[in-house]
Design a protein around this ligand. Sequence first.
Ligand code: ZN
Ligand code: ZN
Length: 95
Amino acid sequence: MADQDSINCTTHGDSVTTYVCQHLIRGENQDWYCAEPDEEKPWPDSWCGKCHEHFAKEGEWNDVSEQAADITNNVSILCNHCYEQIRSTCHVHYI
Ligand SMILES: [Zn+2]
Ligand SMILES: [Zn+2]
């Protein structure tokens, strides 16, 4: 937990910061893609099926895929509890 950013969620209080694309947050897309969680990153950055098309084309997040998916404008921060709530409503795909 050493260098994880914290966030003060209005619902959950002091929590860990996570990064999720807005399509998942708004419920526009329910295919959840992320790396497999591990001890170091229990809540890895996540994105939806629509964003994943850009990821899949490049095979990774790089300048091309990030720009195509407009990732800088598309990703929002959530607390880890909100993250888990949304994830539980989605089809989770580990990459
Ligand atoms: Zn998305
Ligand atoms: Zn929260």
